[in-house]
Design a protein around this ligand. Structure first.
Ligand code: FES
Length: 98
């Protein structure tokens, strides 16, 4: 089944600065042993600091331990945000009038 044929809304994962991964949308959450992990909410926060007592979910412990995510290097940030500079743009790329 392709994503165009899948009737479920597309899931989105947001990596929170210094915090969990927020998952919005329909996903199947499966444990390491292959069992389904029940969800009670449409949006779930998944721990990425490793300290939560309710893994795979975040319990807020990342704040207590001062978990920090690495800052995104400027070059990666531009790529991830779809920002193309004049130096990187291909010759036929659309440019703004600025
Ligand atoms: S990210 Fe929140 S407890 Fe780990």
């Amino acid at each position: 089944m392709t994503s165009e044929q899948d009737p479920r809304p597309r899931a989105v994962i947001v990596a929170c600065t210094d915090g969990p991964l927020l998952v919005r949308g329909e996903i199947d959450l499966i444990s390491a042993s292959g069992e389904a992990i029940p969800r009670t909410r449409k949006t779930v926060a998944l721990c990425r600091c490793g300290v939560s007592t309710i893994k795979p979910f975040c319990d807020g412990s990342h704040k207590l331990v001062g978990f920090r995510t690495d800052p995104v290097p400027p070059a990666d940030r531009k790529r991830d945000e779809g920002i193309v500079t004049g130096e990187e743009a291909p010759p036929d790329a659309e440019r703004s009038g600025a």
